[in-house]
Design a binder for this molecule. Structure first.
Ligand code: AN7
Length: 374
């Protein structure tokens, strides 16, 4: 028996829709750290435990790798030679990387000018065909479904149920780390696949069925239970300018600095409502300002650099702790969905500028003198 970790399909193959003959396409994704926030609870003077599941440490820097290893593996198993997705950035980065690994073609549709630089560089670098559209993610999602109707393309957006199957494994890892489910699980909601996948995973961990699972035929031979005894309350956060779950209706012109979740017509609409309702949870919204403040706060106080869309987990949690809907004594896990390096422009724009001085010892000592803690 080797202890070398080889990705989430091999780790959880008895809980995933794969057979011994399935040709696994993996970059050793998953197994991400669950990091306890040690400074933030003190800073906000709340007696709570907050644990961050840092999905930014996946191979392409976001949680999308969990879904993509499954989606591309099943595409290869079915003989596919090309995959396609619409994306706000991270899905395209993951699709491009796993397609490169599998040796198949990859087409990505992205909204012109509205994806973070790191993500664009990934899709380009891995050799996918990058198609910028004069439209938003929702237009791209519609177009992908239209072209895949006639062309031999395998869609790897989260309407592909294998994506959610891969992404559910995050819940297994959390339960194994804690020995139980947390009281609350908080996370960003964009296209709404991830909250649904979390809920599927937690439900399977305790052995309960859920309306969040889209298509039980593709699910594992339903091997469930035995990992935990109760499910968490699920709380989903949306950017105020792109908050269909708060409005109770689709949003036609979504806008937010958190471009990853600039989505107005989420495809997993029904599944996410099921996760919220079955768990007794709720949705809340945050302004762009609150999102950026939380991103900076996390980076400054805990040394964890996540992208703006991920920081909404923290922004929303701070609000819900403030208004005491999440009470003292609670244990909360928050998913930090993507790495801060994905979006260097937004990070630089909100940080203090570097000093520029002559290359002399006096100049350096002057800056140190002004900035040394007293
Ligand atoms: C960092 O890449 O939809 O609610 O096309 O990149 O499952 O959509 C990204 C979504 C949260 C929202 N955090 O997850 C895409 C895309 C980050 C993200 C979300 C996304 P879903």
């Amino acid at each position: 028996m080797t202890h070398h970790y080889t990705g989430l399909i091999n780790r959880y193959r008895d809980r995933l829709p794969v057979s011994a003959n399935t040709p696994v396409v993996s970059l050793n994704e998953g197994n991400t750290p669950l990091i306890e926030l040690v400074n933030l609870p003190k800073k906000i003077k709340k007696d709570v435990r907050i644990l961050a599941k840092f999905e930014g440490l996946n191979p392409t820097g976001s949680f999308k790798d969990r879904g993509m290893t499954m989606a591309v593996t099943k595409a290869i198993e079915a003989g596919a030679r090309a995959i396609i997705c619409a994306s706000t950035g991270n899905t395209s980065a993951a699709a491009a990387a796993y397609a490169a690994r599998a040796g198949i073609a990859c087409f990505v549709l992205i909204p012109e000018g509205k994806i973070a630089l790191g993500k664009l560089s990934q899709a380009m670098m891995h050799g996918s065909v990058v198609i910028q559209i004069r439209g938003n993610f929702d237009d791209g999602m519609r177009l992908v479904q239209e072209v895949a109707r006639t062309l031999p393309l395998n869609i790897v957006n989260s309407i592909n149920p294998y994506r959610l199957q891969g992404q559910k494994t995050i819940a297994f890892e959390i339960v194994e780390a804690l020995g139980e489910c947390p009281d609350y699980h908080v996370l960003p909601v964009g296209n709404a696949g991830n909250i649904s996948a979390h809920w599927i995973g937690y439900s399977e961990a305790v052995g309960l069925k859920t309306e969040s699972c889209p298509n039980l035929e593709v699910a594992a031979p339903y091997k469930t239970g035995g990992l935990a005894t109760k499910r968490p309350i699920m709380v989903g956060y949306q950017a105020s300018g792109a908050a269909p779950f708060l409005r109770g209706a689709m949003v036609d012109q979504p806008e937010t600095v958190a471009t990853a979740i600039r989505i107005g017509h989420p495809v997993s609409w029904k599944l996410a409502w099921a996760a919220k309702n079955e768990s007794g949870g709720w949705f809340n919204e945050c302004s762009d300002e609150e999102i950026l403040r939380a991103q900076k706060l996390l980076a400054d106080t805990e040394g964890i650099f996540c992208e703006p869309a991920s920081a909404i987990s923290i922004a929303g949690l701070l609000k819900d702790l403030e208004r005491s809907v999440i009470g003292e004594g609670s244990m909360i896990v928050c998913t930090l969905t993507g790495h801060g390096l994905k979006d260097p422009d937004t990070a630089i724009a909100q940080s203090s500028k570097p000093f520029l001085v002559d290359a002399t010892r006096t100049a350096i000592e002057a800056v140190i003198g002004e900035n040394m803690p007293k």
